[in-house]
Design a protein around this ligand. Structure first.
Ligand SMILES: *Cc1c(COP(=O)(O)O)cnc(C)c1O
Length: 461
């Protein structure tokens, strides 16, 4: 008898209790699709001689778990929730800042998004949020778009098309994910005029480059790198004064969205958005999902005469944020405004004391050791990440577990995946980037990954 004839028909497979439950849970079409692909796989294996099946019961035994795991993969969310134990708080590959979600349930109802409740007429989408952004940043006016790359594109497209923008050679930055300042400038249709040298640029270099075609002076924050040693860049206040003497706007791509003195968290100070405005910047743009701790967004603040035209540019319509981002941003800005930073997950993590982190590590570590997992408490250094303060780290605490690459991989393949750092033979799990509510899940995942590892080692695999 041909082995293929031992493969049960799809309608027979659907009679299995487990698949009946799956139909109730996921609906019929995905279950049928999973059955078909499992059957195809089995046929292929038979054809290749990798598997031999001589009766329907054996074929069913092979197919059932394959179908169920296929279904699980196919029906889970496209973006998996992970436990970030890397100690990098703004982890671009893990969605940058974790978000406060209290207000998300409001999206179930309609919102007065572009509706003026006083007059009953059409309103402006950004009007309700603008005043709040401006107040938090100490700015005259504000605009929000989808990300900081879009913010810069909008600024340059509005104010510098076909004209020259002067930038220091020390600031022609590339941020991960294909943001390159010269490329964004080219895409917006302005001409980049580079001045100075990689390590040293002087005010006089900018002054000498100003001509009839100059549209603006642009400063970009050296987000993810530092030039150290024999270096100089002109002070922002001096650049602003120079720009204004020539009736030019002074634009700063601040990047991180730093609103507070970072020394509060033991980090070196970097210029805040408010300080740049006070120094005379006309337009400052930054990301919403870095140090602001909010959703992906690009925020532009500054003087009314330079900000207002941005909202009238046709590109603005293409770059405007959706109501989800606007709602989340509103909540995050309200917390910044009230200095209730602990309501923003990023700041709760930044503010956690070493004592608290040590206590958490001891608790998890103690329980894990009882289950035979060699986890030890270990001081570590966490980083803000996201292209902010690239060299500086803050004290942190976590767990170190021996288990090498195999444990590292198993943790990542777990449910939920746990992402740590492999250093020599130990997986380091930094608790500063793990929410305290995730501790029990982290403990379970670690125990599961470790016992899986033990079994494999005992089997000699
Ligand atoms: C992060 C960053 C960008 C890119 O911002 P996105 O919001 O990711 O588009 C641009 N410039 C600077 C200085 C940055 O730090």
């Amino acid at each position: 008898m041909s082995q293929y004839r031992t493969i049960p028909a799809i309608h027979r497979l659907l009679e299995l209790p487990s698949l009946g439950e799956a139909v109730d849970r996921f609906g019929r079409p995905p279950v049928i699709r999973a059955c078909r692909s499992a059957v195809d796989r089995l046929r292929r294996h038979i054809a290749e001689g990798a598997i031999e099946v001589h009766d329907i019961a054996t074929a069913t035994e092979i197919l059932e778990p394959d179908i169920l795991s296929d279904l699980q993969r196919a029906t889970r969310p496209a973006y998996r929730e992970v436990i970030n134990a890397t100690g990098v708080l703004i982890h671009t590959n893990l969605g940058r800042s974790p978000l406060p979600t209290d207000r998300l349930s409001r999206l179930e109802s309609y919102l007065a998004l572009e509706f003026d409740l006083a007059s009953g007429r059409r309103g402006q989408r950004l009007a309700p949020l603008r005043a709040r952004i401006a107040a938090v940043c100490g700015a005259e006016a504000a605009v929000m778009v989808n990300n900081n790359a879009a913010a810069l594109l909008l600024i340059l497209s509005t104010h510098a098309v076909g004209r020259e923008v002067i930038v220091s050679r020390g600031q022609l930055i590339e941020i991960g994910g294909s943001f390159r300042l010269p490329d964004v400038m080219a895409a917006s249709g302005c001409r980049l005029v580079e001045v100075g040298c990689t390590n040293r640029t002087h005010l006089a270099d900018f002054e000498a480059a100003i001509g009839d075609d100059t549209a603006a002076i642009l400063v970009a924050h050296q987000s993810n790198f530092r030039i150290v040693g024999f270096t100089t860049e002109p002070a922002t206040a001096d650049l602003a004064e120079l720009a204004h003497r020539h009736d030019l706007p002074f634009i700063v791509d601040q990047g991180s969205g730093c609103l507070h003195d970072l020394r509060r968290w033991g980090l070196p100070a970097e210029p805040t958005v408010g300080e740049l405005l006070a120094d005379g910047a006309d337009l400052v743009c930054f990301s919403g999902d870095k140090l602001l701790g909010g959703p992906q967004a690009g925020i532009i603040v500054g003087r009314g005469e330079w900000v207002e035209p941005l909202g009238r540019h046709p590109l603005y319509r293409a770059l405007r944020p959706d109501k989800t981002a606007l709602t989340l941003m509103d909540q995050v800005l309200a917390a910044h405004h009230a200095d209730r930073l602990e309501e923003i997950p990023l700041y709760a993590m930044m503010s956690a004391s070493i004592d608290t982190l040590t206590r958490r590590a001891r608790r998890i570590g103690g329980r894990l050791r009882k289950r035979g997992v060699p986890a030890r408490g270990c001081p570590m250094r966490a980083a803000l990440g996201g292209g902010t303060t690239p060299e500086e780290t803050m004290p942190s605490y976590g767990l170190a577990v021996t288990g090498g690459q195999a444990l590292h991989d198993r943790l990542r393949e777990g449910d939920p995946p746990v992402i740590g750092r492999l250093v020599d033979d130990e997986v380091l799990l930094d608790l500063r980037s793990v929410r305290p509510s995730e501790d029990p899940v982290l403990e379970r995942s670690l125990a599961a990954a470790y016992s899986g590892l033990k079994i494999r080692q005992d089997d000699g695999i």
